[in-house]
Design a protein around this ligand. Structure first.
Ligand code: 0L1
Ligand code: MG
Length: 263
């Protein structure tokens, strides 16, 4: 970390951690901390991860966010963002999520990668990601911004771990042989009804491109993506709001399904 007051970084991370634990929305963090740029926002995200690990959470993977061109345009940015996943966020396929622990949840369909080898930047590309992929899985990400009304700017959402809240991956791993993740179709259902359809191409043209971008972004912060990493590559569909009583399911061509219920 450089260029930021470590105490101020810690205070921001604690505020966002408390908001999540207390299920309480807060104003976007840059409103009262104008010094937070993208680099400082990743410092806050790192501090948030350290706070959670100190409490016993284990990092289970990484996620890419803002990977669709419409979302990037809406935020006025040309680069996606990344966050981390922990065991506290993992939901079993077919499991249940308690909405009393959530502020204003939305779900989106994703494709998850599990890597067989370490990947490092700065020039990681789609081919390297595919060569290093052990298998892929259908995934659902539940995002739940800690910011009031889901309103934030880019540094604020990075500091808030890219709205990461829960995730589930399918139970059946698929090797890449014969799969074209770029053209693969994805359906997001709620209560048995199709709500959104998408393709792998909605994720930066190809989900492996998003993973390569993650690796190159990690390199810029002196990190690599270790072998055995789970990566949520980004939304293949728009995110839809969910409430207690809803059941959500993702069907991805050739990858199977994954779902959970909210109570
Ligand atoms: O996973 C995502 O694409 C979410 C990134 C953060 C923006 C949002 O909460 O919509
Ligand atoms: Mg997502």
């Amino acid at each position: 970390m450089s260029g930021a007051d470590p105490e101020a970084v810690q205070a921001c991370a604690r505020l966002l951690d408390n908001a999540q634990r207390d299920v309480r929305d807060v104003e976007m963090i840059t409103a009262s901390n104008p010094w937070i740029d993208v680099e400082r926002a990743y410092d806050i995200q790192d501090a948030l991860r350290t706070i959670k690990q100190a409490r016993g959470a284990h990092v289970t993977g990484m996620k890419m966010g803002l990977t669709s061109y419409p979302k990037m345009k809406q935020m006025g940015v040309d680069t996606p963002i990344y966050g981390f996943l922990t065991d506290e966020l993992a939901v079993d396929d077919g499991g249940t999520v308690d909405t009393a622990t959530l502020i204003h949840p939305k779900v989106e369909a994703e494709i998850a990668f599990v890597t067989a080898r370490e990947l490092s930047g700065p020039h990681c590309d789609e081919a390297q990601v595919l060569a290093a992929t052990a298998f892929v899985l259908p995934a659902i990400e539940l995002i739940d911004s800690r910011y009031r009304d889901f309103k934030f700017d880019l540094p604020s959402v990075i500091a808030d771990n890219t709205s990461a809240s829960r995730y589930a991956v399918g139970s059946r791993p698929s090797a890449l042989d014969g799969l074209d993740l770029g053209t693969l179709g994805v359906v997001l259902e709620k209560n048995g009804q199709v709500m959104e359809v998408g393709t792998g191409a909605a994720v930066l043209g190809h989900p492996a491109t998003a993973v390569a971008m993650l690796v190159n972004m990690l390199h810029a912060r002196g990190q690599t993506l270790p072998a055995g990493s789970l990566v949520l590559s980004g939304a293949a569909t728009a995110a839809i709001p969910v409430v207690a009583g809803d059941s959500v399911l993702v069907r991805a061509d050739g990858l199977g399904t994954v779902g959970f219920r909210l109570r």
